[in-house]
Design a protein around this ligand. Structure first.
Ligand SMILES: CC(C)(COP(=O)(O)OP(=O)(O)OC[C@H]1O[C@@H](n2cnc3c(N)ncnc32)[C@H](O)[C@@H]1OP(=O)(O)O)[C@@H](O)C(=O)NCCC(=O)NCCS
Length: 448
């Protein structure tokens, strides 16, 4: 390429960000920020980045943590909290201190938000009740979250205001309780069906001590890069793999995902730009936990071959799919995935590698009774994820009548010549299928 024609890195970075922007505008991000970061030199920059997200049209809700500030306020009054099973016991006398500390933290964040020209409000949107007496231990004014007033929070977001949800909640008769801000962030994320929940503190992520859990990715720094929550059980069961702090983070992340939050990110807020990097770059920096949306998709076995044949046969007759013998399917059964409802196969497809970098998504079918519910999309995404994990660069699809479906899923039409040599030689000119392809690096960049 000529020197003058080179695209500066900056332009590529802007493209990457713009790609994500369309995707996240109007979606809810809940950001829990530990107050241990308050005195960090880069804390104002972190808040500035949060305001930037808000300006981009992302619905940002902030949950400030107050643990450290409560401890400091109590210490200044010559008091210390007792903890049981990692939970603070807030005495009647301690509650005032907890409320003072929570309001000081909120005010600090509010000031920084104002400095950046945005509006934020802190309010009593959380209904709480007593944690009560558990195992003989009376937690006094430590509470649990009963519900979050979602319509009110939504209304504020609609008005362009950043809601700040502090860790004090009230019961129906106005009695205040001290809440865990991490649990609060989970409750807010769940109630609002947040796309992302960020737990920002001083932990860079979840450490992968010893042998990492299979099916997960580990960064060079030794922390998990991402983890499907179905794998978390193995991590929690592994003796000594996690200390108390990490265990609490993981358990809360899992609770959020089970409650409907799509992704939970654990980040070290002391690193400059960590939030933006996590959102707007392919690799991110912390640990991301996510819900596996593919539990009803599973690898096919040779026992599934007759059902697969039954499923694809009508479309072979309509010339939508090429004919396959049971033997050909059985020989390559490892490439196939099936969608099961009550143990019956209602959908299928195969990801067939051409070489180390290129594969083909083939024989995608969803039974007519199960169409238009997003299953075709999930099968495609599942196989594209699998291709990505296998280190593939691009996936092709050859189709006579379904090109629009693939175009809507990020594929682009390419000439037959774009196919790898070996496949090109086998291309059936009489069938004259359209050739579509998707670059997996571009797809990851769009997904975040
Ligand atoms: C293509 C197919 C797998 C989609 O399955 P699905 O579970 O209905 O897919 P989803 O629910 O994720 O997506 C449905 C969307 O795809 C669209 N769609 C389905 N078939 C389409 C086609 N041939 N061309 C363009 N769009 C199509 C639907 O109209 C629907 O659009 P909407 O979301 O705007 O309403 C299914 O229609 C099918 O099995 N078709 C017959 C076999 C076939 O053509 N396979 C592809 C061979 S290359």
């Amino acid at each position: 390429m000529e020197e003058g024609a080179r695209v500066p890195d900056r332009v590529n970075a802007i493209r990457e960000v713009l790609g994500y922007l369309g995707r996240y505008r109007g979606e809810v991000f809940v950001i829990k920020i530990d107050d241990s970061l308050l005195e960090e030199p880069l804390f104002p920059l972190l808040i500035r980045d949060v305001v930037l997200l808000h300006r981009m049209g992302i619905k940002v809700v902030i949950v400030p943590g107050a643990r450290r500030s409560i401890d400091a306020t109590l210490a200044a009054a010559g008091r210390t909290s007792a903890y049981h099973a990692g939970v603070r016991i807030t005495t009647e006398d301690d509650l005032d201190h907890a409320m003072t500390a929570a309001s000081r933290v909120s005010n600090h964040v509010l000031s920084l938000i104002s400095e950046n020209g945005a509006q934020a409000v802190s309010g009593n949107w959380v209904r709480a009740r007593t944690l009560g007496v558990i195992g003989g231990v009376d937690y006094q004014r430590t509470g649990r979250i009963e519900r979050v007033n979602v319509p009110l929070v939504e209304k504020l977001l609609g008005e362009g205001v950043i809601p700040l949800v502090s860790n004090i909640g009230w019961n129906a008769v106005g009695k205040a309780y001290n809440l865990s801000s991490t649990e609060l962030a989970v409750a807010v994320g769940t109630a609002m069906k947040a796309t992302k929940l960020f737990l920002i503190g001083t932990e860079p992520g979840i450490p992968a001590a010893g042998t990492p859990i299979p099916g997960t990715r580990v960064r060079q720094s030794g922390i998990y890069s991402n983890m499907d929550i179905t794998r978390v059980g193995e991590l929690l069961a592994k003796n000594g793999a996690l200390d108390h702090e990490h265990r609490v983070l993981v358990e809360n992340a899992v609770a959020a995902c089970r409650g409907g939050v799509k992704r939970v990110h654990i980040l070290d807020g002391r690193q400059n730009g960590i939030l933006l990097e996590e959102i707007f770059s392919v690799s991110g920096s912390g640990t991301m936990l996510y819900t596996n949306l593919y539990t009803d998709l599973c690898p096919a076995t040779v026992e599934d071959v007759p059902e697969i044949i039954r499923l694809i046969q009508p479309y072979v007759r309509q010339e939508l799919l090429v004919r396959r013998t049971p033997e050909a399917i059985a020989d390559n059964i490892a490439h196939w995935v099936v969608y099961k409802v009550d143990d019956a196969i209602r959908g299928c497809a195969a990801l067939t590698p051409y070489d180390m970098e290129n594969a083909e998504l083939e024989a995608l079918v969803v039974d007519e009774d199960h169409r238009c519910g997003g299953t075709g999309t999930r099968i495609v995404n599942f196989l594209l994820d699998r291709a990505h994990e296998l280190g593939m660069k691009r996936v092709f699809a050859l189709t006579t009548q379904t090109s629009d479906f693939f175009l809507e899923h990020g594929f682009e039409e390419v000439p037959v010549e774009a196919l790898p040599e070996a496949k090109r030689r086998r291309y059936n000119k009489a069938r004259n299928s359209r050739v579509l392809a998707i670059e997996l690096a571009d797809r990851s960049a769009r997904q975040g």
